[in-house]
Write a protein that binds this ligand. Sequence first.
Ligand SMILES: *[C@@H]1O[C@H](CO)[C@@H](O)[C@H](O)[C@H]1NC(C)=O
Ligand SMILES: *[C@@H]1O[C@H](CO)[C@@H](O)[C@H](O)[C@H]1NC(C)=O
Length: 245
Amino acid sequence: MTSSKVLPLLLLLLLPSAALAASISATPLILTKSSREITIKWTRIESPSDLDWLGIYSPSNSPDDHFIGYRFLNGSDTWHTGSGSISIPLVNTRSDYQFRIFRWTRDEVNYRHHDHDHNPLPGTRHRLAGSTTVRFENAEGPDQVHLAFTDRVDEMRVMFVTGKRSDAGVEYGLDPSLVGRRVVATTVTRYERSDMCDSPANSSLGWRDPGFIHDGVMTGLDPGKRLVVMLLAGVRSTALYLPTQ
Ligand SMILES: *[C@@H]1O[C@H](CO)[C@@H](O)[C@H](O)[C@H]1NC(C)=O
Ligand SMILES: *[C@@H]1O[C@H](CO)[C@@H](O)[C@H](O)[C@H]1NC(C)=O
């Protein structure tokens, strides 16, 4: 008997434990304004349990117990095989994201450590895997465009958010080349952590910087005509085509 027969056996014994580590992936790695849904896939979770959960982190370097949201892995039909996937819509918070998978055991459930809905907060003692980071393209915006009517049929209000304070406005007209365009400046507001009235919104964990909120009213519109609108904030953004009221 030579040692050459022993070696392959040893390798076989060692390999499975390395291959068994749970893994998690997130796609796409860069989200865009038109594609804000992330798909999280995981594999090789050993003896899956209905308490296994996925933590959502933003910024990506947050400590384990600072998750901003979570989902139980049993939200995926195949969770009991140890593999599965969940898709989640993400908000552009101008910070990157990371996703981590944890095991939580029944004896660790602590009903005194709960969220505002009185659900016990999942435990972070057993981290199984962490994803690569995910971010938004052009995260500083303009983003989160909202439109509203005013009291006049020839007006529309446009609101949007930017990451930096900048002179901004809205350029609009009927022609896609913006011949005969008009420009209206936007007023800019924001709020601070100290303006929040209670925890967790006023704490470092719950506080999200809202960015700079722009508000402008387009006037002198022709009802029933398609309108071309450009958001102006540092650079001219892509055109939005809006029907007027
Ligand atoms: C998933 O597990 C959690 C925690 O045990 C449970 O509250 C929830 O009802 C389960 N959901 C599904 C879809 O089975
Ligand atoms: C958050 O608001 C609560 C209620 O007003 C207050 O008691 C607490 O001190 C605030 N926390 C911070 C960090 O300002």
